[in-house]
Design a protein around this ligand. Structure first.
Ligand code: SF4
Length: 302
């Protein structure tokens, strides 16, 4: 939501209208650039590799590039109907429709393979594959957990035990230069998920929260032992964010007035957004923001 409140509202703000309109909005919001699709494909093959190991299935390493290629091409293909919906709406060619050259796909596959091989050498993945970590599980981030009155995605990607500690880890395939305090607290929410899970410890101090993230050409492992204060701070931060989202949603009003909803903080965010054909920010973010603040000032002076 921080990156663009309007994009967030377009994705989640109309969920009460269960019809096709809402489905279209969500699909458009989920549209992703080939780069983003490469990152998802990479995450998918890492999880596949671990699940294959867990189920003692044979993993054919020489198929890696074709697995990644299939995932990227499949995702591009599945996005086509979304672009058609946008084009029907605007009556012209969408900015989302760009011809992706084979050489571009080759380059993305090469990058993903490189990152995959690097990931296999990092801990804890290498330790799982060579048996040094024997008790471990993968989980789906799509799993929702009850949090106060909300249903949120709090699950980790990977859980493992070492000594008396239970490790909860997420992969962040999108580059981040520095995880920062907010992200650290966000990660602590995995402990809230784990405490409610049968078979896992119930004391915050027994968890180590980790994030394996790609930054500056390599995988980095961020790790922090949990404690009840950090978990409480994390819950407070999430509740504050949820309340800010509710407040933003209320600004839509019964007339669903999108002009009240702030636009993206930078053009870079618009370049990766599925709504850029139909949103004033997608056309000219600077002008759209100026027009919006002029409108707000005019309203306030009434
Ligand atoms: S085009 Fe830009 S301002 Fe508009 S919804 Fe997308 S990210 Fe937000």
């Amino acid at each position: 939501m921080n990156q663009c409140p309007r994009a967030w509202i377009l994705k989640y703000g109309f969920t009460k209208n269960r019809g096709t309109f809402n489905r279209h909005l969500r699909n458009i919001a989920d549209w992703s650039t080939p780069w983003r699709l490469m990152q998802r494909a990479l995450r998918g093959v890492i999880i596949d590799r671990l699940e294959c190991h867990s189920n003692q299935k044979v993993w054919i390493e020489k198929d890696l590039a074709s697995k990644i290629r299939h995932r990227i091409i499949g995702a591009i293909y599945r996005q086509k109907p979304v672009i058609e919906v946008v084009e029907k709406r605007i009556g012209s060619k969408s900015q989302l429709r760009s011809k992706i050259r084979n050489s571009e796909i080759d380059r993305l596959v090469e990058i993903a393979c490189y990152r995959y091989h690097a990931a296999m050498k990092t801990e804890p993945i290498s330790m799982i594959l060579d048996g040094r970590i024997s008790v471990w599980y993968t989980f789906s981030r799509l799993e929702k957990s009850k949090f106060d009155k909300f249903q949120l995605h709090l699950a980790p990607d990977l859980v493992w035990f070492r000594g008396n500690s239970c490790h909860l880890m997420r992969f962040t395939v999108q580059g981040v230069s520095n995880p920062g305090d907010d992200r650290m607290l966000e990660n602590m929410a995995m402990v809230t998920w784990a405490e409610a899970k049968q078979g896992l410890p119930y004391k915050a101090e027994r968890f180590v929260v980790e994030n394996l993230y790609w930054s500056r050409g390599r995988w980095n492992l961020w790790s922090n032992r949990a404690n009840s204060k950090l978990v409480l701070d994390s819950s407070k931060m999430i509740l504050k964010d949820m309340n800010a989202m509710i407040e933003l949603h209320d600004r839509l009003g019964t007339s669903c007035d999108l002009s009240q909803i702030p636009l993206a903080a930078s053009k870079r965010i618009c370049r990766n957004c599925g709504h850029r054909d139909t949103c004033p920010g997608g056309e000219d973010l600077v002008r759209a923001r100026l027009e919006q603040s002029a409108l707000e000032m005019a309203k306030a002076s009434k």
